[in-house]
Design a protein around this ligand. Structure first.
Ligand code: G3P
Length: 220
């Protein structure tokens, strides 16, 4: 399973890259706004900066703002031309599906976002999306079960042979990462805190403390 970081914060992206486990980055307009990145030029520059930090071969999702087919295509092409790492992120709406199918014909990679049902995931795959992004945390937020959706999409894609990668998004904590891996997600995209949370175990800390103490006691 691949690890993407879900942020537009350059320090977090650098830290995850230096950890040596990062396969890509996802962003969205809310995450860009959170970092104070506003205006078309600043946004495009920020995408380029992210691509340079993560280096070659690591996908970086850049989301279109347009909601109408022609404008989405123009915007998506501009984003795709920015850097070879860019994957065009397109919302799961009617024009979005049409745009994904068009980008697929042009060989432009896409990430279909705001997916909350298995039916939407089927449409995204049928249109030729490179990634489909079911939003786990937001489903859990309304007391449904986000992970069941990952399992359903995995079953459907395995049965049908759809090649779209399941990118579990809206991941909020380390347990979500573990559950997504068990459910068959190809990728998880998560905040740095969730990735670093995977490190934590009290027995690791106690064990290490004892190893170092014993080493000192033995005269090391
Ligand atoms: O990038 C989309 C998704 O990961 C958003 O997460 O936490 O805002 O639901 P969240």
């Amino acid at each position: 399973m691949q690890f993407f970081i879900d942020t537009a914060n350059l320090d977090h992206i650098r830290e995850a890259t230096e950890l040596g486990i990062l396969d890509g980055v996802t962003t969205n307009p809310s995450l860009m706004a959170k970092e104070g990145i506003t205006g078309d030029n600043a946004v495009l520059k920020h995408y380029r900066d992210i691509c340079e930090i993560v280096g070659p071969g690591r996908d970086v999702s850049a989301e279109v703002i347009s909601t109408e087919f022609k404008a989405m295509v123009t915007e998506g092409k501009k984003l795709a031309e920015l850097h070879e790492n860019i994957v065009v992120k397109v919302p799961m709406i009617k024009d979005g599906v049409k745009a994904i199918a068009h980008f697929s014909e042009l060989g432009i990679r896409t990430n279909c976002t705001l997916v909350f049902s298995a039916g939407q995931a089927i449409l995204a795959a049928k249109a030729g999306a490179t990634y489909v992004s079911p939003f786990i945390g937001r489903i859990d937020d309304i007391s449904w079960d986000g992970m069941t959706l990952i399992k359903d999409i995995f079953e459907i894609y395995s049965t049908t042979g759809y090649e779209t990668a399941i990118l579990a998004a809206s991941i909020r904590n380390p347990l979500h990462i573990v559950q997504a891996a068990k459910a068959g997600a190809d990728v998880v995209t998560c905040p740095l805190s969730a990735i670093l949370g995977l490190l934590q175990h009290p027995l690791t800390d106690i064990g290490l403390e004892k190893f170092l103490a014993d080493y000192k006691k033995a005269g090391g």
